[in-house]
Design a protein around this ligand. Structure first.
Ligand SMILES: Nc1ncnc2c1ncn2[C@@H]1O[C@H](COP(=O)(O)OP(=O)(O)OP(=O)(O)O)[C@@H](O)[C@H]1O
Ligand SMILES: [Mg+2]
Length: 381
């Protein structure tokens, strides 16, 4: 959907020497995905966005949106297809909120009533009362409210592509978290193709399907969040993602990713104890999970309690005190395990059926194995 090919921007410095603010970058953002441009101040993030939006002309390279070179598109088509959230909010101070939101729709010649309706609809999406705010000026709103307007303004004409330059940068951490969550919820429904600039690793990990790390105008690594944490390409990225990078992965990896590697042998309440024993013996298991008719976990039976015993599993069943779900992240899983001082617990799928177990050992194995959640195939042509 967005494709950058050998994109370069050269500026002349005061001393007359040219310098590449953006230096021959290649990047591909598939439709419906969010790509975060991450890097320190001055590394060329804003310059890249401005070139995509044709606010500044590239010195070299190509920008393709849906396969079309943007230098062949007229301004109206460009504005209709690309929404832009400016760094530091950038609302027009002399326009009302309604006028701010409808800048692009008005440019596209929408009728007044339609503009107003659209503005109201967008305000409601970010939990702001249109009757209260549409006629105010930006200075009459809080920083967080203005930031929300900056985001919905970019969505006004429903463009498929969204460029966002530190869209949540100008607010306090609490507001920031709330707006990030709102935006993630919106993006789940809208499925825009997004390029978002950030210099905050945690924001990048939270929002990005992929993260392109910039340094001095170059992309030094482009990877999925989990890949970036598991395999930072060099020391610069390693220091950027932080020494606690493995703990940060706890939020990104799901229980299902870890249990996926494990066998799921189960018994039923009616399974005889000799049979349960031989299953555990054959599979080198210390206990076995007992499931009901629908495959939902009921509890477990210990091998040493079945050795030489008669009867059925129901007789010696230990009910589970805690279970996890496949979509729970490892942070939740570990928290539950620690809370109940358990070494392992069963994991269920979305229908509540047993889909494997997770243990502190499995988690440690996974995190140290070099496996990652999702590997991007970014080198494809
Ligand atoms: N019009 C210009 N003329 C000359 N140099 C420029 C111009 N615009 C940007 N630069 C330089 O290009 C480099 C990249 O700037 P850019 O604004 O893209 O950085 P950034 O990654 O967005 O940084 P920040 O995180 O601080 O917003 C910087 O060194 C900047 O000083
Ligand atoms: Mg910038």
């Amino acid at each position: 959907m967005i494709k950058l090919e050998n994109l370069t921007k050269q500026f002349a410095q005061k001393n007359g020497q040219p310098f590449n603010a953006v230096d021959n970058i290649n990047l591909n953002v598939p439709e419906g995905e969010m790509c975060v441009l991450l890097g320190p101040s001055g590394c060329g993030k804003t310059t890249t966005l401005k070139m995509i939006n044709r606010l500044i002309a590239p010195t070299g390279g190509n920008i393709l949106i849906n396969g079309k070179n943007t230098n062949e598109l007229d301004t109206v088509t460009l504005r209709r297809n690309i929404g832009y959230v400016i760094q530091q909010i950038g609302l027009f101070p002399n326009m009302t909120i309604e006028e701010n939101i409808t800048v692009v729709p008005r440019m596209l010649g929408w009728e007044k009533a339609r503009c107003k309706e659209r503005a109201s609809e967008l305000m409601s999406m970010v939990a702001l009362d249109p009757n209260k705010f549409l006629h105010r000026y930006p200075r009459e709103m809080s920083g967080g409210q203005q930031q929300r307007i900056g985001v919905i303004r970019a969505l006004a004409a429903d463009p498929p592509v969204l460029l966002m330059d530190e869209p949540f940068g100008a607010v306090d951490p609490i507001n920031r978290e709330a707006i990030q969550n709102e935006f993630l919820e919106m993006q789940r429904q809208l499925k825009k193709t997004v390029m978002l600039v950030s210099h905050d690793i945690d924001e990048a990990l939270k929002l990005g399907d992929r993260i392109a790390v910039f340094r001095q105008g170059k992309i030094v690594q482009c990877a999925s969040p989990d890949e970036l944490l598991a395999k930072p390409a060099n020391e610069f990225i390693g220091s950027f993602v932080g020494q606690d990078r493995t703990l940060k992965r706890l939020l990104l990896v799901q229980a299902g990713d870890v249990t996926g590697q494990q066998p799921t042998v189960t018994a039923r309440e009616s399974t005889s104890l000799p049979e349960a024993f031989s299953i555990m013996d054959d599979n080198d298991m210390r206990s076995i999970t007992v499931v009901d008719d629908e495959g939902k976990p009921l509890g477990f039976v210990k091998r040493r309690e079945t050795r030489g015993a008669t009867g059925v599993c129901a007789d010696v069943l230990h009910p589970f005190r805690v279970t996890g779900r496949a979509e729970d992240n490892l942070r939740i899983v570990l928290s539950k395990l620690y809370e109940h001082n358990m070494v392992w617990m069963p994991i269920t799928d979305e229908d509540g059926r047993y889909s494997g177990e997770i243990s502190q050992d499995y988690i440690a194995d996974y995190l140290s194995s070099g496996r990652t959640r999702r590997v991007l195939n970014i080198h494809q042509p």
